[in-house]
Design a protein around this ligand. Sequence first.
Ligand code: GDP
Ligand code: MN
Length: 403
Amino acid sequence: MNIHEYQAKELLKSYGVRIQEGVVTDSPEGALKAAKKLSAETGTSWYVIKAQIHAGGRGKGKVKETGSNGVVLAKKLEDVPEKAKNILGGTLVTIQTGEEGKKVNKILVAEDVYYPGDSEPKEYYLSILLDRAKGCNVIMASTEGGMDIEEVAEKTPEKIIKEWVDPKVGLQGFQARKVAFKLGLEGNAFKEMVKFISALYNAYIGSDASQFEINPVLKTSDDKILAVDAKVNLDDNALYRHKDLAELRDLAEEDPLEVEAGKSDLNYVKLDGNVGCMVNGAGLAMATMDMIKLSGGEPANFLDVGGGANATTVEAGFRIILQDPNVKAILINVFGGIVRCDRIANGVVEAYKSIGDIPVPIIVRLQGTNAEEGAKIIDESGLKVSSAITLKEAAEKVRAAIS
Ligand code: GDP
Ligand code: MN
């Protein structure tokens, strides 16, 4: 689960990570109030207004309606409401949102931390994530902060520092010092960076995160180290342990169909093609999507109904797939191992009948225990469904259905 920058910063702060202070709001008047509050608390007279969407690249991104960037600096209090207005309610297009962009419902008004006249602010990159291959957490750091890190990794991989942390042992002091040293820091800035990294690691472990990315981490000329941006990804499977964090979920940032699928425990990802598919098991779902492509179609979605394919899950799957107007045919590809094919076939027929008329052809490929019986039930149902036993047969029927 992703959370917003302002939420991520609050989380970090609660673990003692120094952050760029800010106040979240959803109106130009609120932005003015926020700016005044920040001046009273931090003494700042410049402000940064930052669109809150679940995507990066906001600084260079543009709001479609007004042409404003997604992160802007206001050097006067009076300018804050106008600059906020140019972002709020607009559609922000960044390198990560795709052309359609994302609607901005909230902004974060933050203190300017690149002090006016600061001759040597320095931006660093810092992230923590899970290295599955090594079974360790890995801290990645770079002196090339503020830039597109993928580009740094590709062109100058030597500029990316990696420090692996055994989760059973935890982050050791020498490891945090090693990273700070490799970043070229000295004196107070070195000590501050060590503290920053340790607190960040505690926050990562404490919140059961799967990824933290702080880009940029800023060193001010008076040697403060702080998080200017924060991208936090939490592990969905651990959210039951963090009721407070689970509440940070912003459904407005998620695809409505994916939200609905989640309610029925279906694993659904919307895609752009014309063949809807419903499969049990993620591996089989991937293979099925390949097969759809080979038969000349494009998958409209990824949908894993999980182990217990029954009338209820199949019906929920149908309802979700059918909301996508691009769908010209639906392929159900289920392996009957523990669940027998005849039961799945009955489930499909039952689900079909409870929905009523389905306007697109459905191909049902059942393989495994009682596959023949399953096919018979499908073919004799009198509905617009046809059966297939081999993948080849299914592919040919999909091809016929969409051409
Ligand atoms: P992103 O573009 O979505 O990654 O958003 P960031 O939070 O990283 O902000 C983008 C850029 O805005 C940063 O790289 C900074 O250069 C700039 N920025 C952020 N905070 C401040 C600030 O307090 N003062 C100034 N002058 N620039 C800032
Ligand atoms: Mn950033």
